[in-house]
Design a protein around this ligand. Sequence first.
Ligand code: TIU
Length: 226
Amino acid sequence: MIHIDAQPYGFTFLPASTALIVIDMQRDFIEPGGFGESLGNDVSRLAAIVPTVAALLDTCRRHGIAVIHTREAHRPDLSDCPPAKRGRGDAALRIGDTGPMGRILVAGEPGNDILPAVAPLPGEIVIDKPGKGAFYATALGEILRLKGITHLLFAGVTTEVCVQTTMREANDRGYDCLLVEDATASYFPAFKAAAIDMIVAQGGIVGWSAPLAALTAALEPSKANP
Ligand code: TIU
């Protein structure tokens, strides 16, 4: 058993029954010209976590923790994009419109790719999801069940939208969930802080939170205490 020093109390898991879910580390959210910027956000803040997510991926891969990536991605014909989602707000570029990185939030377009620094390795599962939560209208639940996964680690963007929505979906499905707090980011720092507070409040009503260093110290104690 691995024990992580976490909020609101220790998080205990077995690597063989744990998966890392990396949420939506896509150009559409992290680079100018994509969906995130079309919503009026300053996307520069999100790029800061890329090295931490890359280090988290490396740690999990070396310790036999399954890695699953998600992308917020719609079919080219937008048949899986509710009109209410496409119509929300007053964006100049909407989902499906053509921007500098191709069609906004559409599968297969350059902007929909995961950033090379945190790209999936061959054999790692990639879930395309039409919603904010990764369980809605995807095979994620079935894939986790078949793999015998009971514990989930979360990273990616944005903390209070797709990451928190997926953690809440997972929590209701009976998974123990830990947010790697420096491997997630929001366009709004106050929202990230509030999301973490909400997750760990009330004895971990949604789950746990800890920095990557706490996970690394637990998995590689000899490196933490040379
Ligand atoms: N807008 C925003 O903060 N996020 C999203 O629309 N999707 C994800 O969080 N991936």
